[in-house]
Design a protein around this ligand. Structure first.
Ligand code: AMX
Length: 556
């Protein structure tokens, strides 16, 4: 499997050691909370999954292994695959080795075409794509070796083997599906002299006199390659793979998620919107006409496709890359001019609506329009292109997860009655906490756990903590919560946590944190430094109730 395999074989022992020691030393550190809205709302924002291939920052967009995507636009998609997996771009030899490996594996077995031809001719291209990937599962090295008794330390090698085979075949399969879908004839053979993306573009067989279509497909495949681990397709692929289903099963499942209108289909909406404007104004409107059109659309309660984002708060750098490509290749084309004009006009109008958090263009504001210009006008096919690219990220994540022995995904679901019970217990306990907290503390140490300089009045009260929680600053609020929780524990246990004046059982912070399942990051100084108490320790009358124990009923 060439130099990529060798590099990973070198890196993986160190990665495993690092992850094992993080879990061993900090396994109980709290990194996220879950609210009722999040439980009902697609787990949005809950940090419960690790993905090292890429991150998406609100003010920067997609960052692959520390490199902003805007700096990778000149790289080939296969270079990006290498980067996603290893954290470094390949040198010339490493790239040649990977490309050679992909070429060797590129032949698509004839049974795949038989399966595709057997499908009804009006099947959706994404259904065809996912079916083709699933059909190739019969060739899975992972499944064969697993059945033979594969050692778990070697899972990643088998996953890499399957991933390379799958990725090598995708361009020909995807291009073949395009030709079948658009009634353009039989699939064309792969050209071994071309790179992965260039070969795909060439098999789509659209006019490309100056090679710009190939460049565009390369760029498209690079820009869509990965988007953290929590989006629908990546998370689906991750979950299926975590059951040790092989990469063909897992990537096929991920593609089914990508096929959804709320995920991979948005690019065609962006294009529809631009074409609608072009049709209405019989060409490019004036800025005033466009502004009016956008305002009317917003007044009708309709969204402006290609604008806004759940995470981003700046122009998506992937849009910038497509926009720059259009400015270079087709600045005078009417469709592209509307894309450009929308970029100038729309954000200022969206800014007038306070509820819209991100008035800037996302990746889908321009990508479809450029495909259209190159003659790829079958909208239903666009998600397949996205899928070819996103398979890079899915496969990279699968290989790394098998290397690190990531456990089978199994979050705990709860029922609506359970949530109702949790809400009512939480309301009762907030009341109790407040009444406990309002009692005076005579121990100087309550100052560090939230008291003021006189040592007998808490600076942070249960109610102020609740207010902070409502400001949606979960990290802050949980810190305050733990501080709140810690101080009364010591007093309710009839001891000062720092000096142990009273019961010895709560003398040290480690005893305290482990006994009460408090997070290990609770600063030692908060609980266990020298005592300077000015007055006798006096426990509060009521026993303190811990939020962690009381927010939810125990599992049934
Ligand atoms: N046009 C009009 N209204 C918009 C808007 C837009 N482009 N973007 C956001 N809003 C509205 C939302 O509909 C929401 O209204 P509501 O409170 O009445 O329901 C309000 O502003 C707050 O939304 P938000 O918090 O800013 O965004 P979000 O996380 O809820 O939604 C997104 C994000 C992308 C779905 C939304 O911006 C949108 O619908 N954009 C247009 C469609 C689009 O371009 N989709 C592709 C996204 C990129 C991708 O993931 N492929």
């Amino acid at each position: 499997m060439g130099k990529l395999h060798d590099k990973l074989a070198q890196q993986i022992p160190g990665l495993r050691e690092k992850v094992h020691s993080i879990i061993k030393e900090h396994g109980s550190t709290v990194i996220s909370e879950v609210t009722v809205s999040q439980a009902f709302g697609g787990m949005r924002g809950v940090k419960g999954l690790v993905c090292d291939t890429s991150v998406v920052e609100p003010d920067q967009g997609l960052i692959i292994r520390g490199i902003p995507i805007g700096q990778l636009t000149q790289k080939l998609p296969e270079e990006i695959f290498y980067l996603l997996l290893t954290g470094a771009l390949p040198d010339a030899q490493e790239l040649a080795s990977l490309q050679g490996d992909l070429r060797q594996r590129a032949a698509v077995p004839s049974y795949v075409w038989d399966v595709l031809k057997a499908l009804p001719s009006d099947s959706h291209p994404m259904a065809m794509f996912s079916t083709a990937i699933l059909a190739m599962e019969r060739d899975s090295v992972f499944r064969r070796r697993y059945t033979e008794g594969l050692h778990k330390e070697e899972y990643w090698e088998a996953a890499l083997d399957d991933s390379l085979t799958l990725l090598a075949r995708l361009p020909q399969i995807a291009a073949g599906i395009y030709r079948m879908h658009a009634h353009k004839g039989n699939p064309l053979p792969s050209n071994p002299n071309l790179d992965w993306g260039g070969d795909y573009a060439s098999m789509l067989h659209l006019e490309d006199p100056d090679g710009e279509f190939k460049n565009y497909i390369r760029l498209y495949l690079t820009l869509h390659c990965d988007h953290e681990g929590g989006n629908v397709s990546a998370f689906t692929c991750h979950t299926v793979g975590s059951a040790l289903s092989d990469p063909f099963y897992a990537v096929s499942a991920g593609m089914n998620g990508l096929a959804g209108p709320l995920h991979g289909l948005a690019n065609q909406e962006g294009l529809h919107f631009v074409l609608e404007i072009h049709k209405k104004y019989k060409g490019v409107p004036t800025d005033a006409q466009l502004s009016e059109y956008i305002r009317e659309r917003l007044e009708d309660g309709r969204v402006i496709p290609g604008y806004g984002h759940a995470v981003l708060r700046v122009t998506d750098p992937r849009f910038t890359a497509f926009h720059e490509f259009g400015l270079r290749v087709c600045p005078d084309d009417e469709i592209f001019r509307i894309v450009d004009q929308l970029f100038r006009v729309t954000p200022e109008i969206l800014k007038e609506h306070a509820k819209i958090k991100d008035p800037w263009p996302n990746v889908d504001a321009g990508s479809g329009a450029l495909l259209y210009l190159f003659g790829l006008k079958e909208f239903g096919y666009y998600t397949v292109l996205f899928g070819v690219s996103r398979a890079l990220g899915m496969c990279a994540q699968l290989v790394l997860n098998r290397a690190l022995g990531t456990a089978i995904t199994r979050p705990k679901s709860v029922s609506t009655p359970w949530i109702m019970q949790a809400i009512s217990s939480s309301a009762k306990n907030v009341g109790r906490r407040m009444s406990c907290w309002k009692q005076s503390f005579t121990c100087q140490h309550s100052k560090e756990a939230g008291g003021n300089s006189s040592g007998n009045r808490p600076r942070v009260t249960a109610s102020s903590w609740t207010t902070r929680k409502e400001t949606r600053d979960p990290d802050q609020s949980s810190l305050h919560f733990w501080r709140l929780a810690a101080a009364p524990l010591s007093t309710s246990s009839r001891s000062c946590a720092r000096c142990g004046n009273g019961s010895a059982a709560t003398k040290s912070s480690s005893a305290l944190t482990s006994a009460q399942n408090l997070p290990a990051f609770l600063p030692e100084s908060t609980l266990n430094t020298g005592c300077t108490a000015r007055s006798p320790h006096r426990p509060p009358k009521k026993r303190f109730i811990f939020l962690k124990q009381s927010t939810a009923p125990s599992e049934q």
